[in-house]
Design a binder for this molecule. Structure first.
Ligand SMILES: *Cc1c(COP(=O)(O)O)cnc(C)c1O
Length: 378
């Protein structure tokens, strides 16, 4: 293994470019350390922790500009738990899924396996693109993925033509999009995500922005007598959220770090600011890739390229796994492609916490490493 050492001026100050878990701002960690004696290790049923849940819910309401009647619900278990919770609580009979990567296919697999639901309708497209979901009279929930983290493809959040929320809820897995990509909350009924991506915190929680129609659906299905396990009961989570609590014990540090990130982004200009900042960083990466003869953006259609998770294919003359290994030895971590995609690819996340200067240093570092590997290979 070559001993390639990055010169200081091109070594990212912070080398965390992972797609989740992702960079947690050190300022937030230090803030947590300061408040810790009055917060960590104290009851989540008392004022100090409840104040953090309230701060987070209010911060998200402002950040997303939620319309009247929408509510912020949260619970333990991450985005993966929300797929099961949605299968129990939001789907009457049949869901329709846009499947174009690992995460979107996992939700479809959940609904296919649920014995109380009909087989889902699945519209697939090749990796590196997204399919469009069309209205279907047999579907009562449409499952979109705002940003497919495995491939770096972004899809617009829209309602299928002519479909009202009562006929078909729009549920959006926004785990890696939320906080960095714009959308209109009025175009969806459940926009759900976890804190370890754009919200620069740890994993383990799910958060969902729920529309009035989705809350009516929760009530309707609960009234139908379907058994819903308590940990998967979105109504129960919502009741607790309204009291600034979670149904069972949350990770208090995760809540605090997320609330810090939301306030930090709101102070900079909210979602519009974050989206613009991420677009500029992603633009730098894609332009850089397009200008190298050994690199190219994986997603062919520029309109479908993610502004948060940038996938960059490397020419066969350069081995991505070697580049990744050298960079890891230099403190630059988690830029490998999604393992099951099986491509000679780098996947670089530029969430709001990632500094633009570090993205510039990263492309300079990539040039340096590839040069060094090539000259060593002769
Ligand atoms: C990371 C991710 C998930 C899984 O999130 P967990 O919190 O680990 O359950 C689901 N969907 C998408 C799009 C993701 O990026």
């Amino acid at each position: 293994m070559l001993d390639i050492v990055l010169p200081d001026q091109i070594r990212p100050v912070d080398g965390r470019f992972g797609s989740g878990p992702s960079k947690v701002r050190q300022e937030a960690v230090e803030s947590l350390a300061r408040v810790a004696p009055g917060l960590l290790g104290t009851s989540h049923r008392q004022a100090p922790v409840k104040a953090q849940v309230g701060r987070l819910r209010e911060g998200l309401r402002v950040f997303f500009g939620l319309p009247e009647g929408y509510e912020v619900a949260l619970g333990n278990g991450g985005a993966t738990l929300f797929w099961d919770a949605a299968a129990f609580g939001l789907i009457r009979e049949r869901s329709a899924h846009a499947v174009f990567g690992e995460f979107s296919s996992k939700f479809a697999a959940v609904t296919r396996a649920a014995p109380f639901l009909a087989d889902p309708l699945v519209t697939e497209s090749p990796f590196g693109t997204h399919p469009d979901l069309h209205a279907d009279p047999t579907a009562d929930l449409y499952a979109l993925t705002h940003n497919e983290t495995s491939t770096g493809v972004v899809m617009p959040v829209t309602r299928p033509d002519g479909i009202s929320a009562e006929q078909g809820l729009v549920a959006v897995d926004a785990t890696s999009a939320a906080g960095a990509l714009t959308f209109d909350p009025a175009d969806c009924d459940a926009y759900y995500f976890a804190p370890q991506k754009a919200f620069a915190s740890d994993g383990g929680l799910w958060i969902a922005l729920l529309s009035p129609a989705s809350m009516r659906r929760l009530d309707e299905i609960a009234a139908s007598g379907r058994h819903i396990p308590t940990m998967l009961d979105i109504r129960l989570a919502l009741e607790n959220s309204r009291k600034d609590q979670t149904y069972n014990t949350p990770a208090v540090a995760t809540l605090y770090l997320m609330a810090e990130q939301v306030d930090w982004m709101n102070a900079h200009g909210g979602l519009a600011w974050a989206a613009k900042d991420c677009a500029a960083k992603a633009g730098h990466l894609y332009d850089w890739a397009a200008s190298r003869d050994w690199a190219s953006p994986f997603v062919a259609d520029p309109a479908q390229r993610s502004n948060v998770v940038c996938t960059i294919d490397l020419d066969e003359s350069v081995r991505a796994d070697e580049v990744v290994k050298v960079l890891r030895a230099n403190g630059v971590v988690d830029i490998d492609a999604y393992r099951k995609l099986g491509r000679n690819q780098l996947r670089i996340a530029v969430f709001p916490a990632v500094e633009a200067g570090d993205v510039e240093r990263l492309t300079a570092a990539l040039d340096y490493v590839v040069d060094a590997l090539r000259s060593a290979a002769g």
